[in-house]
Design a protein around this ligand. Structure first.
Ligand code: ZN
Length: 268
């Protein structure tokens, strides 16, 4: 019998996505945000609400809303402790209180998280869903473009000081459509000052921006989209698909890109 070919695409029928994750909310975020805006790039910023107004090197909280408008704000704990060595009940408070403080500014539920110092334990991993956290970014470089098996242990492609341009060239060279590819860059904006290498981000942004086949997204946009795609319900013969989510999902059906509108059943 004839079986259809059906697979998930990123929004717009794309196969590639790019995202960034920058930690600590330091004052260099102003310059980084301006670069991202100039090139039409989307990013996630992981903030410590307990440090913002104490440390003069950090962006004060009253600036967060305007500065980060259009980007994702995510939790990085209130005080940036090494959470693998803290009481679990304190870890829970570090995350919940940080969420509350950021949400009061952001105006939406904060569901992203970056592990301070990259530290975590199996107990923390199992705690995060009950704290309303949907993904956690770890540290390290995968030098790859795969979506993670577990969004709670989400490793980036590379730090901006680790083979950035080599990875970018490999990413841009991907032309196949048999997998979804994600380039994910992480770091701290103050490192551009420390290493006096802002040109690295300018060069990367110039190269990677403006491509029709790349979806520029925040971390949570990618997680939410993949969650929505996994909720699609197909009829047994794959002639019908129901999308129970509010957001549209793109499919490739027998080689043709199809939009499955949010809340609708579509004949495919
Ligand atoms: Zn940090």
């Amino acid at each position: 019998m004839h079986l259809k070919s059906v697979h998930i695409l990123f929004p717009g029928g794309r196969n590639k996505a790019l995202t960034f994750s920058y930690d600590d909310g330091r004052e260099e975020d102003r310059r980084l945000v301006s670069i991202f805006r100039k090139y039409g790039l989307k990013a996630t910023f992981n903030l410590n609400s307990g440090q913002a107004d104490k440390d003069p090197r950090r962006i004060p909280m009253h600036e967060w809303k305007d500065l980060y408008d259009g980007f994702e704000l995510a939790s990085h704990t209130v005080n940036h402790p090494p959470i693998d060595r803290c009481p679990l009940s304190l870890v829970a408070q570090e995350i919940l209180e940080d969420r509350k403080a950021i949400e009061a500014v952001a105006g939406y539920p904060v569901r992203g998280f970056a592990y301070p110092f990259g530290s975590y334990t199996p107990e923390i991993l199992s705690l995060l869903p009950s704290l309303g956290i949907r993904y956690g970014r770890i540290v390290g470089d995968s030098d790859g473009f795969s979506l993670p098996d577990d969004f709670y242990q989400w490793k980036a492609t590379c730090h901006h000081n680790h083979r950035l341009m080599e990875n970018a060239e490999s990413f841009l060279a991907i032309k196949n459509d048999y997998r979804l590819s994600l380039m994910y860059v992480w770091g701290h904006s103050y490192e551009f000052t420390t290493f006096d290498n802002w040109n690295v981000m300018e060069r990367f942004a110039t190269l990677i921006s403006g491509h029709d086949d790349i979806w520029y997204a925040t971390n949570i946009e990618i997680v939410d989209y993949m969650d929505a795609s996994r909720r699609l319900a197909f009829s047994a013969d794959h002639s019908m698909v129901y999308n129970p989510s509010a957001q549209d999902v793109w499919l490739c059906v027998d080689g043709v890109s199809v939009i499955v509108p949010g809340g609708k059943t579509l004949l495919i």
